[in-house]
Design a protein around this ligand. Structure first.
Ligand code: AMP
Length: 226
């Protein structure tokens, strides 16, 4: 399997982008490109990019566009992206979307299909409060929706379940604000180009996946090139 159009997941923190983007990438056997994961890896690896990104991420703001674009362009140049890819958490600003259009055109990747997961603010806040990350494999789970057998321990690998530092209530407020100010305009950017599809992100994870697959399979093979 492959994807003939790059996929972009749009939606606020805890809308389900990570979970769904991973599932979709697995189903179509293409790479899952999470800029948040790449930046967390850069921090863990102690790189220059990580050093610059860390304080910005800790306060819930967006990392500067030029740093993110350099990272994304490098990633897209690798051969595993040739059969398609799924972005998760990128683009997050209009300048990033414009720069991405230019890269997709230059590299012949075609027009993106943008999938927006829509979830009301109260639900997002509840999801974030219950969200935990496994310290062994970085998997995200939710203690409200699927409580682990032993408190704060991952069922799969026994790793400790921790709250992501930027999921703390005050930082989440900042992230939601960043979404409203900087990312929300992308809805208009992509819908005006006829590239946006909206999915109800409050349905069960399996129902959301089914809705996404229906859209992707319907749209595959259409609007192939910029
Ligand atoms: P995420 O894992 O997608 O929620 O991202 C976590 C944090 O990484 C965000 O709050 C931002 O600080 C940073 N980040 C991730 N993706 C981007 C992006 N495309 N542009 C700017 N900052 C980003």
């Amino acid at each position: 399997m492959a994807l003939d159009r790059p996929l972009i997941f749009l939606g606020p923190p805890a809308a389900g982008k990570g979970t769904q983007a991973k599932r979709i990438a697995e189903r179509y056997q293409v790479p899952h490109l999470s800029t948040g994961d790449m930046l967390r890896d850069a921090i863990a690896g102690g790189t220059e990019l990580g050093r610059l990104a860390k304080p910005v991420m800790e306060r819930g703001s967006l990392v500067p566009d030029d740093l993110v674009m350099g990272m994304v362009e490098e990633r897209l140049s690798r051969p595993d992206c040739a059969r398609g890819f799924v972005f998760d958490g990128f683009p997050r600003t209009v300048p990033q979307a414009e720069a991405l259009d230019e890269i997709l055109c230059r590299r012949g990747f075609g027009r993106p299909l943008v999938l927006e997961l829509r979830v009301a603010r109260e639900i997002l806040l509840r999801r974030v409060a219950g969200r935990r990350m496994c310290t062994v494999d970085g998997e995200i789970s939710n203690v409200y929706e699927a409580p682990p057998r032993v408190a704060e321990i991952c069922d799969r690998d026994g790793g400790k379940l921790v709250q992501r530092p930027d999921d703390r209530a005050d930082v989440v407020e900042e992230r939601l604000l960043a979404y409203e100010r900087q990312t929300r305009p992308l809805e208009q950017y992509y819908s005006s180009r006829g590239l946006l599809e909206v999915v109800d992100g409050t349905a069960s994870a399996d129902d959301v996946t089914r809705a996404l697959v229906n859209i992707i399979d319907r749209v595959q093979g259409r609007d192939g090139h910029l």
